[in-house]
Design a protein around this ligand. Structure first.
Ligand SMILES: [Zn+2]
Ligand SMILES: [Zn+2]
Length: 86
């Protein structure tokens, strides 16, 4: 599995893994800054910048945002305060 660009620190060490307890929840972990985000596989849309269907909705402890794995653009949806996923 190729690594992606971390939306937090921009290092090329962002990897996903499936959470087997909460499938289809995908966990993204950055090996560089330890940033972690969660992706709901069912939330995908076409990127408004590159046009590919490679934008995923990611959620971390502070915010929810669209992230394009192709061009690495992010677009904030909302801030979530201290809420955890679900
Ligand atoms: Zn990072
Ligand atoms: Zn894009």
């Amino acid at each position: 599995m190729a690594s992606q660009i971390c939306p937090q620190c921009k290092a090329d060490s962002f990897y996903w893994k499936l959470d087997e307890d909460e499938s289809p929840l995908i966990i993204w972990d950055c090996g560089h800054c330890q940033y972690r985000a969660f992706e709901n596989e069912s939330d995908e849309q076409n990127c408004s910048k590159c046009g590919k269907k490679s934008e995923s909705k990611l959620k971390d402890q502070e915010k929810e945002y669209w992230w394009c794995s192709n061009c690495n653009e992010t677009e904030l949806i909302k801030t979530t305060g201290n809420n955890v996923y679900n």
